[in-house]
Design a binder for this molecule. Sequence first.
Ligand SMILES: Cc1cc2nc3c(=O)[nH]c(=O)nc-3n(C[C@H](O)[C@H](O)[C@H](O)COP(=O)(O)O)c2cc1C
Length: 216
Amino acid sequence: MFYDPDINDHGLPYNPIKGLVVPRPIGWISSVSAEGVGNLAPFSFFNMLSYNPAYLMISAGCKADGSKKDTVLNIEETGEFVFNMANWDTRKKMSDTSWIDDSKIDEMKECGLTPARGQRVKVPLVKEAPAHMECVYHKTIELPGHDPESVHHMIIGRVVMVHINDDYVGGDGLVDICKIKPIARLGYMDYCTVEEVFSMKKKTVEEKLTPKIAAK
Ligand SMILES: Cc1cc2nc3c(=O)[nH]c(=O)nc-3n(C[C@H](O)[C@H](O)[C@H](O)COP(=O)(O)O)c2cc1C
């Protein structure tokens, strides 16, 4: 099958598009408003863009009235945010923080999560999260939408501090990702966890050249 995503003539009961680029990591983003009110919300249009230096991006749609979501406003106004990693243990609270869209309510407090101090930014970290990245605002890219709610603001931030809970660093010095069990978004109402990992070695230059040499 094929369909035009601007018309959505797929004939299926639900739009399949968000289930086709998966799993999408979840950026559980804390920020603070210019008035000092804390905010916490999950975003699965989220990813790391580079590592040296490290940049992250979040892409947020608009509220029903076409205004920017609190996360976008806060980051643009204060220039700071924190990525908190969501995992199996925090999955329910992560979901709860997405339902509160009243900018006067601090989701971290409301959902019984513990704020922890950062090193470089004033925005609190979610203590219960296994890893965090403190970020400073870099820029916003506006993506046009078919209606006011679907206009997206892609926020790019530069990572200025990384935190990892030592309980998840193994004796080999590697982060034990299966112990963390991060969660990620699939399509529909579905999520997955990272519980099994496989490795593949990079080829050496000689190994990459071998087939060409052999063909001569
Ligand atoms: C797992 C999950 C992923 C989400 N991903 C996004 C996303 O990528 N972009 C978006 O605009 N909203 C996303 N949402 C909805 C927001 O979390 C929700 O609109 C939230 O209230 C925004 O909060 P804010 O207005 O405080 O920024 C997601 C919700 C959940 C539960």
